[in-house]
Design a protein around this ligand. Sequence first.
Ligand SMILES: [Zn+2]
Length: 126
Amino acid sequence: MKNCAFCKIVAGRAPASVVYEDKKTMALMTIAPANPGHVLVITKKHFPALESMEEKIGMYLFKITMRVADAVRKSGLRCKGINLFLADGEPQQEIPSPPHARNSKIPRRQFPDTSRPWLQTLARGT
Ligand SMILES: [Zn+2]
């Protein structure tokens, strides 16, 4: 997609700190980390939402997400757990974000993380 920041990274037209890459996926450090070690795992092919993603690539994305989460835990970063967040669908206007489905792995340092109220919301599932 022409105006998608992640597609620009995949095409090599925008800089990124890439920590993993294969034929189908890419893992990169986010420019706005919730905590040190916050990594995004994206598909190289643009899918604006899960409903447009083939089940097979969704399963593969989660497989790579699990591997990256394991690497974050073993990296030596202060990490008591991992919060996994899936961005699916059109972004909300108050949070600019490319419409490219992706998984975020956010190292959890303490619970509840009072510095990030939205993480508590994610943890509760509400
Ligand atoms: Zn994209």
